[in-house]
Ligand binder design. Structure first.
Ligand code: FAD
Length: 274
């Protein structure tokens, strides 16, 4: 059976389509850049009978400052975000995802909402305590990213991300962002680490280490513990990784832990200890 394609131009229309297609048994899914949907479909790992393309809804294309927040629409592509550079940490981190041609299609909303585990664009949002504007059948709601994202996004059926809001004073903080690959070409990350310093304390988010991107309270407590030297903090941080370290075709768990250790040393060199 051919997949049906819909292109709503309002938030309300997208939600109504989702409801109607669900009732009609047409198993709808939202779509933004389509890169993951195409990739997973090739391996029969993505099942939907109908697609609702969100990229023609004006609110999802916004790149603007509104009051105290930088507002980024979920349909902005990673290249658009990098070129506009309104959020330098996000711009740099996004610029290392995939290759330039693919980044013309990958969107902010798709990267943070997808099934593929890396989701590198979420790291700057986690350390900046960004908010998500979510469209739901009850209306629009603005929620902290930490309320929605634990290992993966937890959205109810039919809900979707319209925008990401980040406080203006959070987007210009000094930052550290590095992507380590197995070999220095375009690839999924062995480890991607982003960090900022707020009120003298480091905030750190990591992708590629575990099966999910994360920002860990326990790890930040250790990394910010002024009673220990930096070298001891790093050793302690390795003990509180919030999941199993990946052991795969890119690298062994042992090597990933070693890379985390050296990357944390680089982070302290860049941002300073306390
Ligand atoms: C060759 C290649 C290399 C890549 N390398 C990397 C890499 O190194 N690091 C990395 O992090 N990523 C990488 N990616 C990107 C990643 O794997 C996904 O393909 C991409 O992030 C999906 O974005 P998209 O806009 O195309 O989403 P889509 O394919 O359109 O959607 C992906 C999923 O998100 C859902 N979705 C889309 N938009 C929304 C929304 N606004 N609200 C709620 N749900 C939504 C869809 O229903 C679907 O389930 C790579 C992709 C490719 C093709």
């Amino acid at each position: 059976m051919a997949m049906e394609y819909y292109r709503p131009t309002t938030i309300k229309e997208a939600l109504q389509l989702y409801q109607q297609l669900s009732y009609a048994g047409k198993n709808p899914a939202y779509m933004s850049g389509g890169t993951e949907i195409v990739t997973l479909s090739r391996f029969h790992l993505f099942q939907a009978a109908s697609l609702i393309d969100l990229t023609h809804i004006p609110e999802t294309r916004v790149h603007d400052v509104d009051g105290n927040h930088l507002v980024l629409g979920a349909s902005l592509t990673l290249n658009e975000i990098s070129e506009k550079n309104g959020f330098p940490l996000l711009a740099v981190t996004a610029s290392r995802v995939a290759d330039h041609t693919t980044r013309n299609h990958i969107t902010l909303g798709g990267n943070i909402s997808g099934k593929i585990i890396y989701k590198e664009a979420i790291l700057p949002l986690l350390v900046s305590d960004s908010l998500l504007l979510i469209a739901s059948f009850e209306g629009l709601k603005t929620v902290p990213i930490h309320a929605v994202f634990h290992k993966e996004p937890h959205l109810s059926p039919g809900e979707w991300v319209v925008q990401v809001l980040t406080e203006k004073n959070a987007v210009d903080r000094p930052f550290f962002s590095v992507k380590k690959r197995k070999i220095d070409v375009i690839d999924y990350p062995l480890l991607t680490l982003t960090a900022i310093k707020v009120d003298g304390k480091l905030r750190v988010a990591i992708s590629g280490l575990c099966d999910f991107p994360f920002r860990s309270v326990a790890m930040e407590q250790v990394l910010n513990d002024p009673s220990r030297p930096v070298s001891a903090r790093i050793i302690e941080a390795l003990k509180v990784i919030p999941g199993d370290v990946r052991n795969d075709w890119i690298a062994s768990a042992e090597y990933r832990r070693f890379v985390l250790q050296t990357t944390l040393e680089e982070m302290y060199a860049a941002l300073g200890g306390m």
